[in-house]
Write a protein that binds this ligand. Structure first.
Ligand code: APR
Length: 233
C-alpha cells in the first residue's frame, strides 16, 4: 500500500477513537443519545447557560484525558512520518491523532483542547483542565474552540482539507456516520478526482456507495490488515 500510493488522506470520525474508550456521538451509547446537543453544543446554549456548557466540556475533557490513542491513531501517525505527503483530516476534537504523534492534523470541527475569545482574537491551547478561571481578563467567557452545531467551519481549514482531497491518490475514510455537513460531502471530492477509496466502518453509511472497498471492521483491525507492517506498533 505504502509503495503504491504517494498522497494518502485519512479522513476520520468518532469511530476512530472508540477503541480508546471515547464514545461516538450517534449509535449505541452515543453522546447525543445521553445529551441533547441543543443544550450543550451550540452557541445559543452557551449564551443561555455557559456554566452548563462548560461543565459538559470539562467532563468530556476529563474522559478524553484518561484515554490513550489506539493502534489506529498510531498506524496513521506512523504512516504520516514515513510518507510526509500523507494528510489527516479529522472531524474529531479529542486530539488523539496528535497524542499518537501525528504533527499535521486538519481539525474540521476544532479542538476540545483549545479556547478562544473571539472579540480579542485570543486563542489558548493545551490549557490545564478543569480550567480554574472560565472567564478571561475582560470578564468574558472563554469559548471552547469547537465548531458547534450551526457554526460555520473555518474557511482556511476547509480550503486545506479540499486541497488535500483534490490531490490525494488514496482516501481512507474511517469511523464517520457521514451525516454532518459539510464534512460528509468531502470524501466525494477525492472520489471525483480519481483517488482510490476505502471506507472503514462496522456499519454501512449514506456514502458507502462512493467507495471502491468497504471494510466492515473496527478502525484498528482494518488498518492493521491494510498495513500489516505496522501490526505491532
Ligand atoms: N471503528 C470504526 N468505526 C466505528 C467503530 C470502530 N471501532 N465503532 C463505531 N464506528 C462508526 C459507527 O458505525 C458510526 O458510523 O463510527 C461512526 C461514528 O459516527 P458519529 O458518532 O456520527 O461520529 P462522526 O461521524 O464523527 O460525527 C460527525 O457530528 O456531532 C457532530 O461535530 C460532531 O464531529 C462530529 C460530527
Amino acid at each position: 500500500m505504502l509503495n503504491k500510493y504517494k498522497r494518502i488522506v485519512f479522513f476520520t470520525g468518532a469511530g476512530t477513537s472508540v477503541e480508546s474508550g471515547i464514545p461516538t456521538y450517534r449509535g449505541a451509547g452515543g453522546v447525543w443519545k445521553n445529551y441533547n446537543y441543543q443544550e450543550y453544543a451550540c452557541q445559543e446554549a452557551f449564551l443561555r447557560n455557559p456554566e452548563k456548557v462548560w461543565d459538559f466540556h470539562d467532563r468530556r475533557r476529563a474522559l478524553i484525558k484518561s484515554c490513550e490513542p489506539n493502534r489506529a491513531h498510531r498506524i496513521i501517525a506512523e504512516i504520516q512520518k514515513l510518507r510526509p505527503k500523507t494528510s489527516i483530516i479529522t472531524q474529531n476534537i479529542d486530539g488523539l491523532h496528535q497524542r499518537a504523534g501525528a504533527d499535521r492534523v486538519v481539525e474540521l470541527h476544532g479542538s476540545i483542547w483549545r479556547l478562544r475569545y473571539q472579540e480579542k482574537g485570543l486563542l489558548v491551547e493545551n490549557f490545564e483542565t478543569p480550567l480554574k478561571e472560565r472567564k478571561c481578563a475582560d470578564n468574558a467567557w472563554w469559548r471552547p474552540d469547537i465548531v458547534w452545531f450551526g457554526d460555520p467551519l473555518n474557511q482556511a481549514t476547509i480550503n486545506t482539507a479540499l486541497s488535500c482531497l483534490e490531490k490525494c491518490d488514496l482516501l481512507i475514510c474511517i469511523g464517520t456516520s457521514a451525516v454532518v455537513y459539510p464534512a460528509a460531502q468531502m470524501p466525494e471530492i477525492a472520489v471525483n478526482n480519481g483517488a482510490d477509496t476505502i471506507e472503514i466502518n462496522p456499519e454501512k453509511t449514506p456514502i458507502s456507495h462512493l467507495f471502491q472497498r468497504c471494510i466492515r471492521d473496527s478502525a484498528s483491525r482494518a488498518l492493521t490488515a491494510l498495513f500489516p507492517d505496522f501490526a505491532e506498533i
